[in-house]
Structure formats: structure tokens, C-alpha cells
Design a protein around this ligand. Structure first.
Ligand code: COA
Length: 329
């Protein structure tokens, strides 16, 4: 086998819908309060897409910005990996809609479904294609329209999930010049669909009047179980990112924006301060596969990605799935 090609991030983009939904909006719908939501989750507001704004519209907006940021055109893109659990259709893949909307005529594409771990596992996958020379420029889009699958009668889930998109182009490092891919990982534990899933609409429970009446097309979550899993996994993944290094080499952790209390507990388990963790959950809530690429984009905008230091992207979610991508900025 020929030697591997160093890989980097050549471009990043982000799209968040215009509509801001503050916690107070839920007070009129449910038995909840701004105070409860902010204290238990760290979320102050989130964004919801318009009804006519599709997952692929948000993904395409983020993708256009990422491609331009890389100094490329859509024609340069070899592959589009769209990470989402809220596709435009059960099939075809939303990657095809995004490719069509941005005019990426040469690109292949498919969707990757790993819930909140989606973009991290997509980034891990994309890096392998570029490293082997099979592809030169791979676009990874993390995008969700979770407002379309939220049960607004369930106060434990509806206040958490939200909409948005982040996109990243992986290219040979000699072209990208930044965001060097160091290593990644992927893990999963099946048989956990009772903890976090959309129960119906697949082959197990095809859509029927009964599944609609039972509200089984909405997100179902056992919050406390997810909480425990998330804290431990988060901490393990950050440790994996810095294996062979010291915590001084760690520039910034860019985690899945899951819940502020989870982020605080995991940071204290690893022994890092919150200054070393990028957080924007207060403004966007949990946007699942979109959360890490939006956070990475905003971390760069805020000047938080320090040259030469490790950036630890970690995520975990339904499946259960988890993974990390370690970058050197
Ligand atoms: N407003 C007011 N009360 C609420 C509420 C809300 N939005 N949501 C839940 N509650 C209530 C519960 O009904 C429960 O009431 P009860 O004691 O009368 O039954 C009480 O608050 C405590 O519930 P509990 O589930 O123990 O709360 P919690 O502190 O664990 O917080 C979550 C709930 C969902 C915020 C928390 O478990 C969590 O963040 N889990 C991880 C979820 C997540 O991030 N999932 C995505 C993974 S990718």
C-alpha cells in the first residue's frame, strides 16, 4: 500500500435558521419554566427552521459557505457525506438533494445515520478517503431539522432539540494548510433503542394510524440513562484524543452540545477547566449531527483554535454511538 496522505480541513460553513425560540415560549405550551430549562440544560434559546425550509436547504447553505471558504467550487467536490437523522425523505439520501442544490455535478454522495455522533463519524470516514488518495475533497455536512420530530407534549425532550447545519471540507493537508487530522474512533452499543430513538416509521413499526395516534414518530428519550452514558463516554473520548500527549497539548475540546451539566461533569472527570471547552448550547440547544461542526466553525470565528494545539471533537448519541476526531490546528 502507498503511504497515507496527510489530511486537513480546508473549509467550514454554518447555517442556523432565523427563528429564535427562547425558553419562555415553552411556558405557554407546557408545565415548564425558563429557569428549569436553563438550570437543567444550559439552553437559553434555540433555532427552528421555517416549515418550508428543508434539511437539504440548511445543509446546502452551510455547504456553499464551506466550499467557498476552502477556495473551491462545487465542481471540485468528490464526495458528499450528509450526516442526519432528519432527512428530507426516508430515501433518496439528503446528500443527493444537497449535491443538486449546490451544483456539485461530479460528486458522489450518501447519508450517514449515527444520530448526535453523525458529523464526527462522517469526519472520521472522510479523512480515510482523502488519506488513501481515493478522494481529494470530501464535504461532510451535519444537519438536522429536529423541530419536525419533536413531541411538543413531552417536556423532557422538546426543550432540548433544535435545528441547524454545519459543513466541513476535508482535503489533502498541503492544500488545506490547517486542521490536520490526527486520528479518530467509532464505537457503538446496540439494543439501546428504548433509551433514545424515534420508535416508528422504520420496518419494525411502519407508519400506521396507530403509530401516529401513539406519537411514535417523535423522539423518545430516557433522559437520565442518556445523561450517565454521555458523561462517561465524553470523558473517555477526550482522554483518547490526547493519548500520547499531555493535557497541556490540548487546545480546545469541541464536544457535541448535549447539556451544560453533562459538559461540566465530563470536564471535571477529565481534569480540564471549562475554558478549554467550547460551548454554544445556550444559543442553539442540541442540534444533534449539526452541533459539532457548528461549534467548530464558531470556535474558529472566536479565535479559540490555537495553532499547533490539539482540537478534540467528541460526540455520542442514539444507537448508542460515539466517536472522536483529533485535529491539530
Ligand atoms: N420542565 C420542567 N420539569 C421537567 C422538564 C421540563 N422541561 N423536563 C422534565 N421535567 C421534570 C420531570 O418530569 C421530573 O419530574 P417528576 O420528578 O415529577 O417526575 C423532574 O423534572 C426530574 O426529571 P429528571 O429526568 O430526573 O431530570 P434531569 O435533571 O435528569 O433532567 C434532562 C432531564 C432531560 C434535562 C436530563 O436528563 C438530560 O439532559 N439528559 C440527557 C439528554 C440529552 O442530552 N440527550 C441527547 C443525547 S445526544
Amino acid at each position: 500500500m502507498t503511504s497515507l496522505i496527510p489530511v486537513g480541513i480546508s473549509g467550514m460553513g454554518r447555517y442556523v435558521p432565523e427563528r429564535r425560540v427562547p425558553n419562555a415560549e415553552f411556558e405557554s405550551l407546557l408545565d415548564t419554566s425558563d429557569e428549569w430549562i436553563s438550570q437543567r440544560t444550559g439552553i437559553h434559546e434555540r433555532r427552528y427552521a421555517r416549515e418550508d425550509e428543508l434539511t437539504s436547504d440548511m445543509g446546502a447553505a452551510a455547504a456553499r459557505e464551506a466550499i467557498a471558504d476552502a477556495g473551491l467550487t462545487p465542481d471540485d467536490i468528490d464526495l458528499i457525506i450528509c450526516c442526519t437523522v432528519t432527512p428530507d425523505y426516508p430515501f433518496p439520501a439528503t446528500a443527493c438533494q444537497i449535491g443538486h442544490k449546490i451544483g456539485a455535478e461530479r460528486a458522489g454522495g450518501y447519508d450517514l445515520m449515527a444520530a448526535c455522533s453523525g458529523w464526527v463519524l462522517g469526519a472520521f470516514t472522510a479523512s480515510q478517503f482523502v488519506a488513501t488518495g481515493a478522494m481529494r475533497h470530501v464535504l461532510v455536512v451535519g444537519v438536522e431539522k429536529l423541530s419536525s420530530v419533536i413531541d411538543f407534549e413531552d417536556r423532557t425532550t422538546c426543550v432540548i432539540f433544535a435545528d441547524g447545519a454545519g459543513a466541513t471540507v476535508f482535503s489533502p493537508l498541503e492544500f488545506a494548510k490547517r486542521g490536520e487530522y490526527l486520528h479518530g474512533s467509532a464505537g457503538m452499543r446496540g439494543g439501546t433503542e428504548d433509551i433514545l430513538s424515534i420508535p416508528a416509521g422504520g420496518t419494525r413499526l411502519p407508519a400506521s394510524a396507530e403509530t401516529v395516534a401513539k406519537r411514535q414518530h417523535f423522539i423518545h428519550m430516557e433522559g437520565r440513562q442518556v445523561f450517565r452514558f454521555a458523561v462517561n463516554t465524553f470523558a473517555d473520548l477526550v482522554r483518547k484524543c490526547v493519548e500520547g500527549h499531555t493535557l497541556d497539548d490540548l487546545g480546545l475540546v469541541v464536544p457535541h452540545q448535549v447539556n451544560m451539566r453533562i459538559i461540566e461533569s465530563a470536564a471535571s472527570q477529565v481534569g480540564i477547566s471549562l475554558d478549554q471547552v467550547f460551548v454554544n448550547i445556550d444559543r442553539y440547544g442540541n442540534t444533534s449531527a449539526a452541533s459539532v461542526p457548528i461549534a467548530l466553525y464558531e470556535a474558529r470565528e472566536a479565535g479559540r483554535l490555537v495553532e499547533g494545539k490539539i482540537v478534540s471533537c467528541v460526540a455520542f448519541g442514539g444507537g448508542l454511538t460515539w466517536g472522536h476526531v483529533a485535529l491539530r490546528w
